[in-house]
Design a protein around this ligand. Structure first.
Ligand SMILES: Cc1cc2nc3c(=O)[nH]c(=O)nc-3n(C[C@H](O)[C@H](O)[C@H](O)COP(=O)(O)OP(=O)(O)OC[C@H]3O[C@@H](n4cnc5c(N)ncnc54)[C@H](O)[C@@H]3O)c2cc1C
Length: 482
């Protein structure tokens, strides 16, 4: 084996938000930490050759969490603008539900460069231009990684723990041995195909339906973004992030019905044309990051995010929120919590699944435990036609009840409000019954997560119960009709 002498306490694979957050925390306590990415350091955080493909929006509490944990304040240029809320609009634009509260529009290349600088100043070793090919496995235990440097030279790096922060298509996750803890593949219906542009414009008309400088807007509309949604997020001065995500199966159904052959790019270009409130739109190509296409998962995080010698953080573990696909916040939270737990497990000299298990519990408490219920709601939502969405957003839920769902809770209904609630469903009984069923099942799944297994021995029963609820929902609600 080449270079076997290179051995570390911790290897962090991937220098996106998850890996960089982990690196900063790890640098505080561990001396031998290696952060590896295929990007040259000047492009740190770039997801693909397409750039830092993202809506660039993040809730304020996530930045607060990061600042508190690493003791650094963020501002311009890495934060471009703040906004008050994220609103989801019905297809007919007549109703809007608040999806999320105060947040920021980020300049991702600037933000991730700042995080790398913080990690480097704290003494982290960053190996750039390195392509990771897989995990080193010893008796069902991850003990390092192998890959190729920019001269295509095979290299091996050993470590006590590997944090996998390689993003959605992680080659480490996919090459783990068959095991009961980490799923190696993510179902295609749980993945959204996305595209987005960053534009600059000369002037704008405010219009709550299409553009709002103070708020991020989301359009639910199966014609525009089948099985997903489209967005207009304000960025810095006279700049905007416009994009959409679709479920492949839903897009194919839509295309067949309309006898068209749309793909993500044509849908995105059509959506941009609809927006007449922004004048002289042109691509803003700073860092070659003006146009890009990529994927994001919209399911709960993997039921366990640890294996022997291995922890996962961010998109590699399907952590984006199933309703909003927001993944920067969960990447930061999981990066930080994984590093804290790696430090503890290394100090306690137990880096087996059992020794790392507390990370599962910490992540669920901090963020993950609402995601199973939200996945159920997403599956239901994807089965609704535009007509049902219009009717449902007007009649089924009050804005408060809808917000409760988007924040991860199932609405609590008193006996009287249950009666009023039932009356709201009369115009679309099928969709309404689906909603009632889904809210009920969300409570059940939330209960399962409230009792997340305290140790790996109880994991099998938990995971089977969650999977069976998700399977049932998928059988019950198939992708939309227009
Ligand atoms: C179009 C789109 C819009 C989105 N909008 C939002 C939004 O507005 N708000 C939000 O919160 N989230 C959004 N998300 C999700 C968010 O972008 C991700 O959740 C977040 O970037 C995840 O961070 P990460 O560190 O886990 O992974 P990534 O950002 O994917 O980083 C992975 C890193 O691993 C490296 N890497 C991968 N494979 C290898 C390899 N084999 N060898 C070496 N290096 C490798 C990559 O170079 C990269 O640096 C969006 C996603 C998409 C696609």
């Amino acid at each position: 084996m080449p270079n076997p002498e290179q051995s570390y306490d911790l290897i962090i694979s991937g220098a996106g938000f998850a890996g960089l957050s982990a690196a900063i925390i790890a640098s505080k306590k561990l001396d031998r930490v290696l952060l590896i990415d295929r990007n040259p350091s000047k492009d740190v955080g770039k997801k693909t050759t397409w750039g830092w493909v993202c809506g660039d929006a993040i809730g304020k509490p996530h930045i607060d969490f990061l600042e508190k944990k690493i003791g650094v304040k963020f501002g311009s240029p890495e934060i471009e603008r703040d906004f008050h809320a994220v609103y989801a609009l019905s297809p007919d634009l007549k109703n809007r539900f608040k999806f999320d509260g105060d947040g920021y529009a980020l300049d991702r290349p600037e933000f991730e460069a700042r995080l790398l600088n913080i990690a480097l100043s704290a003494g982290i070793k960053y190996l750039d231009n390195f392509e990771i090919d897989g995990p080193i496995l010893e008796e069902n235990h991850v003990s390092g990684i192998y890959g190729r440097d920019n001269n295509n030279q095979l290299m091996v790096f050993k470590s006590k723990v590997v944090i996998d922060a390689l993003g959605i298509s992680s080659v480490l996750r996919r090459k783990l041995p068959q095991n009961p803890f980490i799923e190696r593949n993510i179902e295609s219906n749980d993945i959204v195909l996305t595209g987005r542009y960053i534009f600059e414009y000369d002037r704008s008309d405010e219009n709550p339906g299409f553009f709002d400088k103070s708020n991020a807007l989301i359009h639910l509309n199966n014609n525009i973004a089948p099985g997903g949604y489209a967005w207009v997020f304000p960025k810095g001065e006279n700049r905007v992030n416009i994009g959409l995500g679709v479920q492949k199966a839903a897009m194919e159904i839509r295309n067949r019905k309309l006898k068209v052959n749309d793909a993500v790019k044509s849908l995105l270009d059509n959506y941009v044309k609809l927006n007449s409130k922004l004048y002289n739109l042109r691509i803003y190509n700073k860092n070659n990051n003006g146009a890009g296409f990529w994927t994001v998962s919209v399911r709960r995080q993997l039921d366990s995010v640890v294996f022997n010698g291995y922890m996962g953080a961010g998109d590699s573990m399907a952590m984006p929120n199933p309703l909003s696909a927001a993944g920067i916040g969960p990447a930061i939270i999981s990066g930080i919590l994984s590093a804290e737990n790696a430090i503890r497990a290394i100090e306690e000299r137990d880096v087996s699944v059992k020794g790392l298990w507390k990370y599962n519990i910490d992540y669920n408490m901090a963020y993950g435990n609402k995601m199973g219920g939200m996945e159920l709601f997403r599956i239901y939502l994807q089965s609704l036609s535009n007509k049902s969405l219009n009717y449902g957003m007007e009649k089924f839920l009050t804005p408060e009840e809808a917000s409760e769902i988007t924040l991860g809770g199932a609405p609590k209904l008193s006996a009287l409000s249950k009666l009023k609630f039932a009356l709201r469903g009369l115009g679309d009984i099928k969709a309404f019954k689906g909603l009632v069923y889904t809210v009920q099942q969300m409570k059940l799944v939330d209960d399962l997560y409230r009792n997340y297994p305290e140790n790996p021995e109880r994991f099998g029963t938990f995971s089977m119960a969650v999977k069976s609820e998700i399977r049932r929902a998928k059988q019950m609600f198939s992708p939309l009709t227009l």
